[in-house]
Unconditional design. Structure first.
Lengths: 112, 113
């Protein structure tokens, strides 16, 4: 079992709809959780991070964390074609090191 | 440009040759990380530094790999006797110890032929 698992997709969503991306992790001791966006041929860029159970909203993005179920999700509201990218879920297992374990990423396509 | 800078952006080398990559982090970022990313996969942690001290190395980092950060500023990653399986994107990231966000460089794409 991989430490961080994501559906590789592709996930296809019509423009203006909500895109829902999911991630599960195996280490119950994981401390913090990150969502990165990566355009083809580019480096990852941080969208948002979450530490506590519940929802965290930032603009069109909402991260959801359920530590009991070891589940993290990212919702993108009002999806735009520019949101088309690979979304990487990453988990930090240690408080200080911030050494991230990444999932394989979900490729998202927003159709105009 | 005040972002994380990596050099070269692309490197093609023959199997068995040595290669060295450089990463210049954001100024005053004391943590520096190296990751490797292969096609269709997420980045995998290789090693990280706090200032000049290398604090952790992944088991992925065989004896052919060595990383340094001699003055706590830029870092180099050397791969000796390259193998085709070393072909990947090598990513560097840096952050200030009190902050959460790590910033990634554009990466060095290595192709071993």
């Amino acid at each position: 079992q991989k430490e961080v698992e994501q559906n590789s997709g592709p996930l296809s969503v019509p423009e203006g709809a909500i895109a829902s991306l999911n991630c599960t992790y195996s280490d119950r001791g994981s401390q913090s959780f990150f969502w990165y966006r990566q355009y083809s041929g580019k480096s990852p860029e941080l969208i948002m991070f979450i530490y506590s159970n519940g929802d965290k909203e930032d603009g069109r993005f909402t991260a959801q964390l359920n530590k009991a179920s070891q589940y993290v999700s990212l919702l993108i509201r009002d999806s735009q074609p520019s949101d088309s990218a690979t979304y990487l879920c990453a988990v930090n297992r240690s408080q200080g090191a911030q050494k991230l374990v990444f999932g394989q990423g979900t490729r998202l396509t927003i159709n105009p | 440009d005040t972002g994380v800078s990596q050099d070269p952006r692309h490197k093609i080398t023959k199997r068995g040759q040595n290669v060295t990559f450089r990463c210049d982090p954001i100024s005053e970022h004391n943590r520096l990380y190296w990751y490797r990313q292969t096609l269709g996969q997420g980045p995998e942690f290789l090693t990280y530094f706090q200032n000049e001290a290398q604090l952790e190395k992944s088991r992925l980092l065989s004896d052919r790999f060595s990383a340094e950060r001699p003055k706590g500023s830029f870092s180099t990653l050397e791969i000796q006797r390259t193998e085709q399986g070393d072909s990947a994107m090598y990513l560097c990231a840096s952050r200030f110890i009190g902050n959460t966000e790590a910033f990634f460089g554009q990466g060095t794409r290595l192709t071993v032929v």
